[in-house]
Every structure is written in C-alpha cells, then in structure tokens.
Design a protein around this ligand. Structure first.
Ligand SMILES: Nc1ncnc2c1ncn2[C@@H]1O[C@H](COP(=O)(O)OP(=O)(O)O)[C@@H](O)[C@H]1O
Ligand SMILES: [Mg+2]
Length: 234
C-alpha cells in the first residue's frame, strides 16, 4: 500500500512567549502530522499548549522554531500575504466563542470573507447558502447571530470554516460552550465534514468529544505526551 504524505506535518515545533526571565515556553518540540480524511483530537490540561499548536498549524501565528508544512507549502517560508492566501483558501478556523460578526446575518458571516477575497457578491452568497444548507441551517440564512441558539451559531462558524472546500478545519474547543447533546450534534457535523479531501483537528478537554476522533494526541507542558486511537476508531 502506498503511503500518502500527510496533509499537515509539524516538525520540531517550538513556541516561546516573552523574554527571560519572564519567558514562557508554550511548546517545546512537537512532531505532529494529520492525514487527509482523518479527524485528530488534541487533548491535555489547560496551559499545555493546545491552542498555541492549533494557531501555528493554522498559520495564525509563527513558531519560534521548527517547521509547518501544509500540502506542498512550508508556512514559515511564506510572506504574510502568501500566508493569508493559504489561510483563506485551505484553512478553516472555528473558535470556542463562535466569533461571528453580530451585525451580519448568518449567510453574510460566511459570504463576507469570500467577497473580501475578491469573489462576486452573488457567487459568494450562493456558496455561503450552499454550505449553510450542508450544516442544516438553510432556513436560518437571514438570521442574525443574536437570534440563533449556541448550537446554531457554532454551525454557522463551522460553515464559515468549510466554505470554499478548505482542506483543513481546525476547531478550538468547539463544544466548550454547548450542552452535551448540542455538543454531540456538533461533533457529528465535524465528523461528516471529515471527507477524504479534508482533515479535521479538534482541541478539547472532553474525553467524550475526543472519542469521535480517529486519533487522540495528548499534550503536557508543551510536549506530546501520548497518542492513541479511541476504541471503535478505524
Ligand atoms: N500570547 C501569549 N503570551 C504569553 N503567553 C502565552 C500566550 N499564549 C499562550 N501563552 C502561554 O503558553 C502556554 C500554553 O497556552 P495555550 O496554548 O493557550 O494552552 P491551552 O490551549 O492548552 O490551554 C500557557 O502557559 C500560556 O499562558
Ligand atoms: Mg486553549
């Protein structure tokens, strides 16, 4: 069997904040890879470096050392303009706090970034509507975030992360603000988003959420402590 190269490959990744004597080492030296079609959960105690790893993998922040390859791009070699383009085209980010723009409707929240990227408004709206339907919110397109439930808002945030067929969806504690049942429906949605052409990485401290993943990577003090496959994972 041929072994396909990973979609995401993080090697020797380190991240420090501040300067001595107040320096904080968020990540020591992390090796981490994600294949297309795979859902990976990142677990670990608060402060173990989960969000830092996710933001660097998503090109939102630069590492202090090490490399991040996404597809055939080495992120640390890109200019900020190139990096922004890679982010827009290939990476979707879902935050715990939804961070939708309250002045825009659901469909506008998803379409606005496409328009900013130069897409014609009509086409942006069409794609936004299509992905809203895919997450089960086709009939809520014109609702404002304040009129949506927590679960619906998170669906909109996920739709925004999927629009444009992005290959990598990164979600930081996507169920953290939701009740158990709503959280499970969000995990089901993320699971269904994990098609052969996409990978999903979910940060969570909830073992029930991690159980949805193909692989669970646990961080401790900025290092990978362990990797395991949950029972039932393929
Ligand atoms: N912008 C920052 N400035 C200074 N320290 C930071 C910053 N971001 C994260 N850290 C520190 O890095 C460590 C890892 O943080 P984080 O990645 O947010 O952990 P987790 O998501 O696992 O809770 C923590 O000690 C945190 O205080
Ligand atoms: Mg965090």
């Amino acid at each position: 069997m041929a072994i396909a190269p990973a979609l995401l490959e993080v090697t020797g990744l380190g991240r420090r904040y501040g300067n001595a004597p107040h320096e904080v080492v968020a990540l020591h030296s992390i090796d981490f890879a994600v294949q297309l079609g795979e859902m990976v959960a990142i677990m670990g105690p608060s402060g173990s470096g989960k969000s830092t790893l996710l933001t660097i993998a998503g090109g939102l922040e630069a590492p202090s050392s090490g490399t991040v390859r996404l597809g055939n791009q080495q992120l640390e070699k890109l200019s900020s303009t190139e990096l922004a383009e890679v982010r827009r085209r290939h990476i979707g980010f879902v935050f715990q706090g939804f961070n939708l723009l309250t002045g825009l409707t659901a469909v506008e929240n998803i379409g606005a970034p496409l328009e900013l990227d130069g897409m014609a408004p009509k086409e942006a709206r069409r794609q936004a509507q299509e992905v809203l339907e895919a997450v089960g919110l086709g009939d809520r397109a014109n609702a404002f975030p304040d009129d949506l439930s927590g679960g619906e808002r998170q669906r909109v945030a996920i739709a925004r992360g999927l629009v444009g067929d992005r290959q990598m969806l990164l979600a930081d504690e996507p169920t953290g603000a939701l009740d158990t049942e709503t959280g499970a429906s969000i995990m089901q949605l993320l699971r269904s988003a994990c098609t052969p052409n996409r990978a999903v990485v979910v940060v969570t401290h909830d073992p029930n959420v991690a159980a949805w993943a193909d692989r669970v990577v646990t961080l401790r003090d900025g290092n990978v402590e362990s990797t395991y496959r949950p029972a039932g994972a393929a």
